[in-house]
Write a protein that binds this ligand. Structure first.
Ligand code: PLP
Length: 294
């Protein structure tokens, strides 16, 4: 049985009054209105946070990104202190596990409400089966994302780089990867730049540099990538955002997809071509991620 935490009242920017606005209930007993815009339009935002040994990892970075996504969608300013309290509460009230995920959802609220207000709830998700991908790596296919790499500046209303609830396209891309016999996807812009996975950030090591596509390319600023850049810098590697092409994969000494719950999964093949896998570096990077205390 899993417990969810909802935030009430739903006016997230209302003055906060301790944690008594948090309502704990069995997931199966919680209800979302059939008119909630998060459900009917995918009009809302979310975060998924990794939890290792009860510690929510990179929590401040996740809350910052939630707030950034809210601003991009013109949602009301969020009461981050209450949302943080909800995250800690949902971890406390659920069964402890060495690894977990916590999902925060914020929607634009109920369609047609006279005084529009956001809805917010927090749930735990199992973190199962990622050990194998961390150790054995993943096969990915490159798929066209259908827009150029400068889309964020060119068409900000497309919300590239916001973590919106509209993930139907990302899920469809993952099904396409499965049809092609792969585990995951690497999106490529219509003008030929590497972007990100449907739920992950790309990192490449080329010599002594670790590179990731620039957030100006409309990719989500990855919190895991942020932590990993600290780790790689400590290893004496140079970290940077860069414009990367599919040809860069062939000269990479290591390529990974990084995300909060799966952590760092080495890419062992791209479109059927083998990639170099650096098992030692991957293992120590994942150990570093799991040992984070904030
Ligand atoms: N890019 C996309 C599109 C994602 O959905 C995610 C995470 O779900 C990431 C990147 C990785 O972000 P993080 O490392 O913060 O989990």
């Amino acid at each position: 049985m899993k417990l969810a935490v909802t935030v009430s009242p739903v006016e997230l920017d209302a003055p906060m009054d301790g944690t008594d606005r948090l309502i704990v209930a069995e997931e199966s007993a919680t209800h979302v209105s059939v008119r909630d815009l998060g459900l009917t339009r995918g009009d809302g935002i979310f975060e998924v946070i990794g939890v290792a040994n009860g510690v929510p990892q990179a929590l401040a970075a996740h809350l910052r990104r939630l707030s950034w996504s809210a601003a991009m969608l013109d949602l009301p300013p969020l009461d981050l202190a209450t949302i943080e309290a909800a995250v800690r509460k949902v971890i406390d009230v659920n069964e402890p596990a060495p690894e977990l995920g916590v999902k925060i959802v914020v929607t634009r609220g109920i369609e047609g409400d006279a005084a529009p207000s956001a809805s917010c709830w927090v749930t735990v998700i199992d973190s199962l089966g990622f050990e194998r991908e961390r150790l054995e790596g993943i096969a990915v296919v490159t798929l066209d994302r259908g827009y150029p790499h400068d889309i964020a500046a060119r068409a900000p209303w497309l919300l590239a780089g916001a973590k919106t609830l509209s993930y139907a396209v990302n899920k469809a891309a993952l099904r396409e990867a499965a049809r092609r016999g792969a585990d995951d996807v690497l999106f490529v812009s219509s003008d030929g730049y590497l972007l990100e996975g449907p739920t992950s950030t790309l990192l490449l090591r080329i010599g002594n540099r670790v590179l990731t596509p620039a957030t100006a390319q409309g990719v989500l600023p990855g919190t895991t990538q942020g932590s990993l850049f600290d780790f790689f810098a400590d290893q004496g590697l140079v970290t940077a955002q860069a414009l990367l092409r599919p040809a860069d994969l062939a000269r990479a000494d290591g390529a990974w997809l990084a995300s909060s719950v799966r952590l760092l999964a080495p890419i062992r093949a791209v479109d059927g071509e083998q990639q170099i896998v650096d098992n030692d570096l991957t293992r120590s990077a994942n150990d570093f991620l799991l040992a984070r205390t904030s």
